[in-house]
Design a protein around this ligand. Structure first.
Ligand code: SAH
Ligand code: SF4
Length: 340
């Protein structure tokens, strides 16, 4: 049986047409699911009994299971169990501009970045849209407020699960869905070039972040195996096309790893590489994990790196640190749970 939270509005409209009903029943249903948050189709009081019975026959409303929450002042971390007993996680962050959630898109990840906890577990399977949507539904239920921003930066490579992730975006962006504005949604990729090109034609104004983490192929090859398939130059060329089509500024994420990618010359090289692109760089203090052996750059190193970029007139921010107390970095809660 299909899960109803998997369906985009178009898919739901097609469904109603296919059972001989009017298409507007789809928006009506969305409003029950995402505004009124029903737990049973019987609660849909403005639907005919026959339609309700048909919905019950064809769809489940089943939710993923919230099994653990770690709470801190600005961050909550959620662990979910899926129907096949795998675990994923989401992180909720409070900002002055609202609340954002970081959602997972796969169980594990095949990209194998050397510094990343999530990459230690090979991909088991892609998440379906409902499993991503429900991370938001369950966290909103927990905090009893609406989430304003979504980043697809949890476990998994979203561009390795392109259709489900873009359907997820369609569902949460819809005014009768979760109504999260596309400019409030960010998708982060390790740089799967064909998908960057495909995404350039995705007609939603979603932000794109690229996990670059290195100013040249030599360093990037060492920490990100995906770079052997898609070189930095290929990524930049794809981004130029993306920018031409979307006119949207691109974010580059750059994890500061002690002694690996944090020298002055790396900052200079990074600026040269990104010159002429409408972009900014988000420097991320590395969240150390027990298993991987990488160290976070010293604070004065991060500041020096920041200054060099600034002097080159490239936009740059240092990411505020969230949740290192409660292992908020990508994949750490799941990894503890499964003791990998
Ligand atoms: N797979 C996608 C999205 C998930 S990872 C991607 O790589 O972009 C989201 C971000 O978290 C990436 O930039 C990743 O490099 C970063 N990350 C992974 N482990 C981290 C850690 N221990 N500390 C800080 N950032 C981390
Ligand atoms: Fe996968 Fe992103 Fe982690 Fe790399 S950083 S292993 S792409 S989740």
């Amino acid at each position: 049986m299909r899960n109803i939270y998997n369906l985009t509005i178009e898919e739901l409209e097609d469904y109603f047409l296919s059972i001989g009903e009017k298409k507007f029943k789809a928006t009506q249903t969305y409003s029950w699911l995402y505004e009124k948050r029903i737990n049973s189709f019987d609660e849909m009081t403005d639907m005919k009994k026959t339609v309700i019975e048909k919905l019950k026959e064809d769809f489940s409303l089943e939710k993923i299971k919230l099994i653990k929450v770690e709470r801190d002042v600005e961050v909550n971390k959620y662990l979910f169990e899926l129907h096949d007993k795998h675990y994923i996680e989401s992180v909720l962050m409070r900002h002055d501009y609202g609340t954002s959630i970081c959602v997972s898109s796969q169980i594990g990840c095949n990209m194998g970045c050397k510094f990343c906890e999530s990459g230690r577990l090979k991909k088991v399977r892609d998440l379906e849209p409902y499993e991503i949507v429900e991370q938001i539904l369950l966290v909103e239920e927990d905090i009893k407020e609406r989430i304003s921003h979504v980043v697809i930066m949890g476990i998994g490579e979203p561009f390795d699960n392109y259709i489900n992730v873009t359907n997820f975006i369609k569902i949460i962006n819809h005014p009768k869905g979760l109504s999260i504005g596309s400019r409030h949604i960010t998708i982060s990729t390790s740089g799967i070039v064909p998908k960057i090109l495909e995404f350039a034609d995705f007609p939603y104004q979603v932000n794109l972040a690229i996990s670059l983490h290195a100013p040249n192929d030599k360093i990037r090859n060492e920490i990100m195996p995906v770079n052997k398939a898609y070189k930095i130059k290929d990524i930049i060329d794809a981004l130029k096309i993306y920018y031409k089509k979307t006119n949207r500024r691109i974010t580059f994420e750059y994890i500061m790893l002690d002694g690996i990618n944090d020298k002055d010359e790396n900052a200079e090289e990074l600026c040269k590489l990104l010159k002429g692109l409408n972009c900014y760089i988000n420097l991320i203090p590395y969240n150390e994990t027990n298993n991987l052996g990488y160290k976070r750059s010293k604070n004065d190193r991060i500041l020096k790196f920041y200054d060099i970029i600034k002097k080159n007139n490239v936009g740059v921010t240092i990411r505020r640190e969230f949740g290192s107390n409660i292992s908020a970095a990508c994949g750490q809660l799941r990894s503890r749970k499964e003791q990998l």
